[in-house]
Design a protein around this ligand. Structure first.
Ligand code: ZN
Length: 421
């Protein structure tokens, strides 16, 4: 057994009472086994002095394999972006996917993300990278109509094979995805739903991201909007993780809520792509939807930074609604942590509590940008003042992947030297 003790930290627990307490955290193997003020013995002792301990963040929408797309797809509309992405995708090698994935995962760990949800093809290569880095991964093999895909063979079969060959991995949870209504027929959605039902996995999809996507679909379907349509064909269930949902009407928000679908809000990526407007998040929350946060990829966001995501998400709603009270720091922190765990059906993640998986981070609150931090302003400071340079320590599944601000990964140089391919 391995054990790690974090001594005397300020713990932003994110438990059901949202308690902030001062004390010690004992980690034994992959779990948190004790929180309190007793002195405990451990193999490794980390000082919690001037540190905020908080659950690691859960990034619910990304494409890790696009790590090397950084700066190649900027300043163009989503349609132009997708066209260029599909072209670049078709020229890729498995080695390129593996290296880009390692790069994105290292950026995520470095930034305080301990779990991420991915949507891409060749998830077997992404899984290899995730095993090597040690990040907790929820990998959705994307499906789309065969006429649009660059995948070899049937995307649905590829996804199911991927699920079958990656079950029971402690850090990797395989699932299926659907690219989006613009390249996926009803048949594709239904087959993907069938796979997700039979294996009990999430179904991860892009949905209602741009006005063009919605209007094109309305035209094609004779007046139906994408979320209405997915509701009619029975796709909205509690295992559906829908990324974006920017262009959703109140009726569609209610449909998503009724189906208990989960939303991944990608505020930074949406604004950078200029999708127009801000997702109707206040209405989603009022209707009881579980809203989580995603960075999207380095292609559309350029940084996998959960602090930027939280701050921008909050600011965008406040500004759009002319109301600074429309969304709180606590609500946004919930989205980045415990809501992500709920969306994935993982009650053992998302908060610092005894018995939960040891996925947590320490922020250095002695740096000027976090002074002063007390129990009163800790949550505000995490959302509005912190940045990735405050991420001192990252622990995933009980393993320390970053400490004193330095990643422990040994092949960083190899990843740094890798190029887009
Ligand atoms: Zn995406």
């Amino acid at each position: 057994m391995t054990s790690t003790l974090i001594e005397n930290a300020m713990i932003v627990t994110q438990n059901s009472l949202r308690e902030i307490i001062r004390g010690n955290i004992l980690i034994e193997n992959d779990r948190i086994s004790y929180i309190g003020n007793e002195k405990k013995e451990a193999d490794t002792v980390l000082s919690g002095k001037n540190k905020i301990a908080m659950p690691g963040m859960i990034n619910t929408h990304s494409h890790a394999a696009m790590g090397h797309f950084k700066g190649l797809l900027d300043d163009m509309s989503l349609e132009g972006f997708l066209e260029k992405t599909f072209k670049l995708d078709s020229e890729r090698s498995e080695e390129g996917i593996y290296n880009s994935s390692r790069l994105s995962m290292l950026e995520m760990v470095d930034s305080g993300i301990t779990s991420f949800v991915d949507l891409y093809y060749s998830e077997d290569m992404v899984a290899n990278a995730a095993r090597e880095i040690g990040i907790r991964s929820f990998l959705s093999w994307v499906t789309l109509d065969e006429e649009f895909t660059t995948q070899k063979g049937s995307p649905i079969k590829n996804a199911e094979n991927f699920i079958n060959s990656n079950k029971n991995d402690p850090l990797i949870t395989p699932s299926i995805g659907v690219q989006g209504i613009y390249v996926s027929s009803d048949e594709n959605y239904r087959k993907a739903l069938d796979v997700s039902d039979r294996h009990g996995t999430i179904l991860h999809t892009h949905l209602a991201e741009t006005r063009k996507e919605v209007y094109d679909f309305v035209k094609k379907s004779g007046g139906k909007r994408p979320i209405e349509h997915l509701s009619e064909i029975g796709m909205l269930n509690e295992r559906l993780l829908a990324a974006h949902c920017v262009w959703a009407t109140l009726r569609e928000v209610k449909l998503l809520a009724k189906g208990k679908a989960k939303v991944s809000w990608n505020a930074v990526s949406n604004s950078k792509l200029g999708v127009g407007g801000i997702a109707p998040v206040p209405e989603m929350l009022e209707n009881g939807l579980t809203v989580t946060l995603g960075t999207d990829s380095n292609g559309s966001n350029n940084s996998l930074n959960p602090f930027e995501s939280m701050k921008y998400a909050a600011l965008s709603v406040k500004n759009e609604r002319w109301d600074a009270s429309k969304i709180t720091a606590q609500t946004v922190l919930d989205m980045a942590t415990i809501n992500g765990a709920m969306a994935l059906g993982r009650g053992d993640l998302g908060s610092i509590e005894t018995g939960k998986k040891a996925d947590l981070i320490l922020l250095d609150s002695s740096r000027p940008n976090l002074v002063p931090t007390t129990e009163v302003n800790a949550v505000s400071n995490i959302v509005y003042s912190a940045n990735t340079s405050n991420v001192d320590t990252v622990i995933i599944n009980g393993r320390v992947l970053k400490h004193n601000g330095i990643l422990s990964y040994e092949k960083m140089e190899e990843v740094r030297e890798s190029r887009f391919n």
